[in-house]
Design a protein around this ligand. Structure first.
Ligand SMILES: Nc1ncnc2c1ncn2[C@@H]1O[C@H](COP(=O)(O)OP(=O)(O)OP(=O)(O)O)[C@@H](O)[C@H]1O
Ligand SMILES: [Mg+2]
Length: 370
């Protein structure tokens, strides 16, 4: 018969490939019980969308096998870690992570990426919201094929839900407002803040925010007023050549907002005849930015006519053609993003713990003085 110490000792050798910490220290093993030769526990992963989930599960099984455990009952669940500063909790208590999608200039596919990313995360079982912060030109409702007039219940706007994603957009309120496109940065950020506080988001693992394009007043003010976990930069190969993405990275670095990584959209065209990947605008641009600025490369999304058709007709690739190359590219990127958020959240937690420990030491030192 094995002991609890032996089981934990063996599980401690399993290291999360992304967080570089062992799964016991990370608190991923719950409800451990040993009955005769039967070992049971829950493995609680940091996100259902983790790209390494199956690796961790495999390593756990082999750790138990090498300990001689034959009767293993393992339940695998996921609880997304919170990656926001605690001081911001009042604004959105139920939202664990806020991901803002940004770009150096317009038209690079920010909304396409935001929509497909949100849907792909929801498909993994995560609770997801999508906030269209493009007050000037909201295109999220169109891309999702969603026409709605959100209800207000108990003074809170109820976000309509589509394919498991709760959505809010200025597009839903245009008819009422009649003021499209005349807002300046502070007004835009005021509306976005209202979309955070006055909308009944409930519990969310990820809230994706589709920022207005570019590095102007509006995205800047929004990024400063909301508690963002990290920024996802969308770029295109042409963009890279013109240093446009670099400008966006510089802006967010100045704001001290963590950058989740860079997604290169419209990277290549797949030849319908020979299946070759044709890099129309040169290969490796997004990767180069990621190397130069030491920010993770999230992945490449192909340039595909079906992506544009899907956007125009309200049928995003991830839902309408889930097995396609393009949908797979989005789903893969979503997993990398979720993994990156787990890392940022873990770093934030470690920082908060060390700050709390330092504060406690200070208090103890002060009280000793007295
Ligand atoms: N990978 C892709 N393949 C083909 N078409 C794409 C791809 N990504 C985006 N598009 C198309 O390019 C156009 C611009 O995309 P999108 O609206 O997502 O960009 P954006 O960065 O949000 O633009 P804006 O700055 O205006 O908000 C849309 O017509 C969209 O369907
Ligand atoms: Mg857009």
């Amino acid at each position: 018969m094995v002991t609890v110490d032996q089981v934990l000792g063996s599980l401690k050798k399993v290291v999360d490939p992304e967080l570089h910490k062992d799964i016991v220290s990370m608190g991923m093993i719950k409800d451990l019980s040993i009955n005769d030769s039967k070992v049971a526990f829950t493995l609680e992963l940091t996100t259902p969308a983790c790209p390494f989930n199956s690796d961790i599960e495999r390593d756990v099984r082999s750790a138990m096998a090498s300990l001689g455990v034959k009767d293993l009952s393992m339940k695998v669940t996921a609880r997304v870690m919170e990656g926001r500063a605690l001081s911001m909790d009042e604004l959105l208590p139920g939202v664990k992570n806020i991901v803002a999608v940004a770009s150096g200039k317009g038209g690079v596919g920010k909304t396409t990426v935001s929509v497909n990313l949100a849907l792909a995360l929801a498909k993994t079982g995560a609770k997801v919201g999508l906030l269209d912060a493009d007050i000037y030109g909201p295109s999220v409702p169109l891309m999702l094929g969603l026409k709605a007039s959100p209800e207000v219940v108990n003074n809170k706007i109820q976000p309509p839900e589509v394919d498991g994603v709760k959505v809010i957009s200025m597009g839903f309120f245009y008819e009422q407002s009649q003021q499209a496109g005349i807002y300046r940065g502070p007004i835009v950020s005021g509306i976005v803040k209202q979309f955070l506080t006055d909308v009944n988001w409930g519990e969310l693992d990820y809230l994706i925010i589709d920022l207005p394009p570019g590095t102007g007043d509006a995205p800047l003010t929004i990024a400063q007023t909301i508690p963002i976990t990290g920024i996802l930069i969308v770029t295109t190969p042409q963009d890279v050549a013109m240093n446009v993405a670099v400008k966006a990275i510089g802006m967010f670095n100045k704001l001290n907002v963590p950058i989740i990584g860079v997604v290169e959209n419209m990277s290549y065209l797949k030849c319908p005849h020979c299946n070759d990947q044709i890099y129309l605008f040169g290969q490796g641009g997004g990767k180069k930015i990621s190397d130069d600025f030491k920010i993770p490369f999230i992945g490449e999304i192909p340039l595909h006519p079906r992506i544009r058709e899907g956007s125009d007709t309200g049928k995003p690739a991830v839902i309408s053609e889930p097995e396609s190359t393009q949908a797979n590219a989005f789903s893969k990127a979503a997993k990398v993003v979720a993994g990156r958020i787990s890392i940022i959240a873990a770093e934030m937690k470690a920082l908060e713990e060390s700050e709390a420990a330092a504060a406690k030491e200070n208090i103890q030192a002060e009280s000793k003085k007295e």
